[in-house]
Design a binder for this molecule. Structure first.
Ligand code: ADP
Ligand code: MG
Length: 639
């Protein structure tokens, strides 16, 4: 009965024509765009970051909204920021897909805007709007400006319109945040081939998808955020085992540490500086920090209307200023290892991402924790964009490397509820996406004209132990005997992890469908919890499944016998009838209890006493069928 069909979606066509596809790292502080060069060209299939006309790879993720209605993006916006802080948006990635309800403390955002500009319109769940001289804008719109700018840069460099892009998002981004990122791409007129996780992109840039099965740590210390992800690579598929970090810890804090040091050395307070002067000191502090990566000391200075100060900061002095911050990232790595049930020694590769991983103290502490030198060959600023470009090139069909399509997996099995409150898994956990699976089901009762489809997620056998995702009904099934209808249920999970379930009665073609978003609805910890439960309850679940199946069989048999008695009761004598009635009563008496064996015995007994009855009914129906029919009609199976 249960026919399982597997179709292969997302197959890329054989490449015949090179298509322009780009990878975009849409970062909190900085964004980049990269592409794989056309085969045959000098760079022959190698991913490279695309620079702006001034030779800069990085586009600061900053947008200035001027009163004139003009928008300045990147370095231009950064240059205006000191003079026009209120209309200059930075770090807006933190607000993507977020309402005021989600963010308790908006002051943590370095959005340069007056506090009252975070207007609270009708609903707290509304997307956060920021007041600017050019009107209210959202993080999604600002992100769209960054995407537009990078896409235009790429189109210029590649000599034509961009046909598709892979955009990276943090591994912990939930569905709303991913959707907001897609919306930004839509506003920018960009065709999104797929959103992929930043750590996965970094691992791909190092070619780790081609490596043997292993555990990989991606340590990403950017400007304002620290993310650590533990990936499991198995047969070319990456699974995120755990994520951790601190959304308010990054290179900006190193800058602040230098600012505070300078202020205390100069013996002044921050309030003595104007907003512009303070901002200038911040920019100087950042330059000083970056310089200390390659130099042993640097001069930091403060210039204001009231004070002029200059002092030397040594590398040793800087290390002392940031030691506690770096130690906090190491603690987060340990917590993530713990979440993934791994020890530092089990990690095969450590990949560094983010400009702040250039800081020597960071590298030293990471090396000490994992007892191995981290991977640093690929520029930590560019590694995510490069991995995204490799993905984009593959997804658009320029590469024959179809393995690369298998990047993300379904974290928990997806299935539907069948009779007895049991789960029939249709797509199993760890199946790579995109994926489509179809399975045929049938009706349980004679004349059944509707089917309730209940979509669930989880590893357990009983619906009550899984998570309910959606319910819908298929109506208009023509009345048929139980088991005759053919209802094809198709589960399709697209590349972004969005599930679409449809059910179709194949004889009449009536269909119904529902879209659900399962993959990102659960926290990693919830997924881990559900998996643990499925292991620890395995034998309990097996017993529950057997009981439920036995009950379904018992009730089905009683229904069928009652139906037959109503139609053909006259074929029985009184003693036979009494035996059957007693056997039915015995089944009904025990079916509600939890003794699987007793139900099974009662069902077997009912089967035995109805044997002769069944044979007589068969004979009768064969005789009826044969009347007035020739032998061909019988031979073609139309009985
Ligand atoms: P994000 O992912 O948040 O967009 P990035 O990965 O681009 O951020 O990292 C930006 C941070 O990296 C900034 O704090 C910047 O000062 C820091 N950074 C860049 N180059 C260096 C360097 N040579 N030494 C130390 N820090 C650096
Ligand atoms: Mg980054």
């Amino acid at each position: 009965m249960a026919l399982l069909q597997i179709s292969e979606p997302g197959q890329s066509p054989v490449p015949h024509q090179f298509k322009r596809a780009i990878g975009i790292d849409l970062g909190t502080t900085n964004s980049l765009v990269a592409a794989v060069a056309n085969k045959g060209g000098a760079d022959n299939g190698i991913a490279k970051v695309i620079n702006d006309t001034e030779g800069r790879a990085i586009l600061p993720s900053v947008v200035n909204y001027a009163a004139s209605g003009a928008q300045y993006v990147g370095y231009e916006a950064q240059a205006i920021a000191a003079d026009d802080p209120f209309n200059t948006l930075a770090s807006f990635k933190r607000l993507m897909g977020r309402g005021l309800n989600d963010v308790s403390d908006t002051s943590q955002f370095q959005i340069v805007t007056p506090n009252d500009a975070l207007t609270d319109t009708a609903d707290k769940n509304d997307v956060i709007r920021i007041a600017t001289a050019a009107g209210e804008v959202t993080a999604t719109q600002a992100s769209a400006e960054i995407l537009k700018c990078l896409t235009a840069r790429a189109a210029d460099a590649l000599g034509g319109a961009i046909e598709g892009a892979v955009i990276t998002v943090p591994a912990y981004f939930d569905d709303a945040q991913r959707q907001a990122t897609k919306d930004a791409a839509t506003i920018a007129g960009l065709n999104v081939l797929r959103l992929i996780n930043e750590p996965t992109a970094a691992a791909v840039a190092y070619g780790l998808d081609k490596a043997d099965d292993r555990y990989i740590v991606v340590y990403d210390l950017g400007g304002g955020t620290f993310d650590v992800s533990i990936l499991q690579l198995s047969e070319g598929v990456f699974e995120v085992l755990s994520t951790g970090g601190n959304s308010a810890l990054g290179g900006d804090d190193f800058d602040l540490a230098i600012v505070q040091w300078a202020l205390s050395q100069a013996n002044i307070s921050a309030e003595q500086l104007s907003a512009q002067e303070y901002r200038r000191l911040l920019i100087d502090a950042r330059a000083a920090k970056e310089s200390l990566t390659d130099n042993d000391s640097v001069t930091v200075s403060i210039q204001s209307s009231s004070v002029t100060w200059a002092g030397e900061l040594t590398k040793v002095g800087f290390d002392a200023l940031i030691d506690a911050l770096v130690t906090a990232t190491i603690a987060a790595c340990k917590a993530s290892l713990n979440d993934a049930d791994l020890t530092a020694g089990e990690i095969a590769d450590v990949v560094l991402v983010g400009g702040s991983t250039r800081v020597p103290l960071v590298r030293e502490q990471v090396t000490a924790l994992f007892q191995q030198a981290p991977k640093t060959d690929v520029d930590p600023d560019q590694v995510v964009a490069l991995g995204a470009a490799i993905q984009a090139n593959s997804l658009i069909g320029n590469s024959r490397d179809s393995d690369l399509l298998l990047l993300d997996v379904i974290p928990l099995s997806l299935g539907i509820e069948t009779m007895g409150g049991l789960v029939e898994k249709i797509i199993h956990r760890n199946t790579s996406i995109p994926s489509t699976r179809a399975q045929e089901f049938t009706t349980y009762k004679d004349g059944q004209t509707a089917l309730a489809v209940h979509v669930v997620q989880g590893e357990r056998d009983l619906v009550s132990d899984c998570r309910s995702l959606a319910r819908f009904e298929l109506r208009g099934i023509p009345p048929m005997v139980a088991g005759a209808a053919r209802i094809e249920v198709v589960f399709n999970v697209d590349a972004d992890g969005i599930l679409d379930v449809s059910a179709k009665e194949t004889i009449t073609g009536v269909s119904a469908h529902v879209q659900v978003k399962p993959s990102y609805g659960l926290e990693e910890s919830e997924i881990a919890q559900m998996l643990k439960a499925s292991y620890s309850h395995a034998s309990e679940d097996r017993d529950a499944r057997m009981l439920a199946e036995q009950r379904v069989e018992a009730e089905g048999l009683v229904d069928a016998v009652n139906m037959a008695l109503a139609q053909d009761g006259h074929l029985l004598n009184d003693v036979e009838r009494a035996d059957i009635d007693a056997a039915i009563a015995a089944v009904l008496a025990i079916v509600g209890q939890s003794d699987t064996q007793a139900i099974s015995d009662a069902v077997a007994a009912l089967g035995r006493v109805t044997d002769t009855f069944a044979t007589r009914r068969m004979d009768q129906s064969v005789r009826a069928a044969l009347q007035g029919k020739n032998i061909e009609d019988v031979a073609d199976g139309s009985l």
